[in-house]
Design a protein around this ligand. Structure first.
Ligand code: IPM
Ligand code: MN
Length: 352
């Protein structure tokens, strides 16, 4: 019996979460597991109504679920960054969800903007550190708004934080058992303190994994290779900020935001799964947004919960629907509505 917290959130979040839950239900019937959902209304609407962003008790409660399923956070009527910081980043930091796992996998039939590249070439995962770096909010501002303004935003990197992330990346490569390779993406030629720590930690941990190749690429070169030779990558491990940037590039080469999913994971605790595309407010309530990313994040949640067979079945169902039915991954051009896509995947799970 799994206890799952659901945060539908803002914009199109609730619509895509509904479809993910439809597929979860189909998978639970097929693979005979039970779950209970508890919904939380955190997001822009609640903030505008009550002034409350993420109450302390709510945050503590979230930490006790087996998993958290999130739609999207971000509302056009709220100050930029308020909800992102107050909800998404707070959950990541306070629940110590120190891994941000982002698969970059191109499914057959999905349009890829890279010339001459197909599903065999685009299949890697990014392990993004999720609780440190520029994201911690360390630093400050002095003489704000004056010509003498000084702004400092520090990148915090700890041995412990780096090591646990790097180790997770090696474990991921081992479990994937594909190229058995981990690439550290950093900028050691410039960030000679912080990324020296990353590099030393990376090669020390690598010694524990003799069967896995430890590789290195600067972040700028990583962007280049992701476009030119994505097949070189198996597992990429990187910092929070670089991971944020390269995973949007990753989302584009796997078919766009309509399909890209991610997990925020504490391997010893809870985990939160989300489509990475955001709340897309202009499509709200039009039944046109692509729910595949949310369904894929539900698949990741099943894998994390240990429901491997169910997760594999959901992935096969996604592949079936994107490759044989949907016309496009883009909102409004799928050939189906949001809810129809959810129905198709749920049916494919049922008959799998
Ligand atoms: C992401 C998002 C967030 C991030 C934003 C919304 C704070 O871009 O999950 O990648 O920067 O981590
Ligand atoms: Mn991002």
């Amino acid at each position: 019996m799994y206890n799952i917290a659901v945060i539908p959130g803002d914009g199109t979040g609730p619509e895509v979460v509904r479809e993910g839950l439809k597929v979860l239900n189909a998978a639970s019937q097929k693979f005979s597991f039970d779950y209970e959902l508890t919904e939380y209304d955190f997001g822009g609407e609640r903030y505008l109504r009550t002034g409350e962003i993420l109450p302390r008790e709510g945050l503590q409660e979230l930490g006790h679920y087996d998993a958290i399923y999130l739609g999207a956070i971000g509302h056009p009527d709220c100050p930029p960054g308020l909800l992102e910081k107050g909800i998404l980043l707070t959950i990541r930091f306070e629940l110590d969800l120190y891994i941000n796992l982002r698969p970059v996998k191109l499914y057959p039939g999905v349009d890829c903007p890279l010339k001459d590249k197909g599903p065999d070439d685009v299949d890697f995962v990014v392990v993004r550190e999720n609780t440190e770096d520029l994201y911690v909010g360390a630093g400050g501002v002095y003489k704000k708004g004056t010509p003498d303004e000084v702004a400092v935003q520090e990148s915090i990197n700890t041995r412990k934080g780096v090591e646990r992330c790097v180790r997770y990346a090696f474990e991921t490569a081992k479990a994937r058992n594909r190229q058995n390779k981990v690439t550290l993406c950093a900028k050691t030629n410039v960030l000679t303190y912080a990324h020296d720590l990353w590099e030393r930690t990376f090669y020390e941990v690598a010694e524990e994994y003799p069967g896995i190749t430890a590789d290195y690429a600067h972040v700028d070169a990583t962007c280049m290779w992701m476009v030119k030779n994505p097949e070189w990558f198996d597992v990429i491990v990187t910092t929070n900020m670089f991971g944020d940037i390269i995973t949007d590039l990753g989302a584009m080469i796997q078919g766009g935001m309509g399909i890209a999913a991610g997990g925020n994971i504490n391997p010893e605790g809870t985990a939160m799964f989300e489509p990475i595309g955001g709340s897309a407010p202009k499509y709200t309530d039009q039944n046109v947004i692509n729910p595949i990313a949310a369904i894929a994040s539900c698949q990741m949640m099943l894998a994390q919960l240990g429901e491997t067979q169910a997760a594999d079945s959901v992935e096969r169902a996604i592949i079936d629907v994107v490759s044989t039915k949907m016309k496009s991954m883009d909102a409004g051009r799928m050939g189906y509505s949001t809810s129809e896509v959810g129905d198709l995947v749920a049916e494919a799970v049922a008959v799998d």
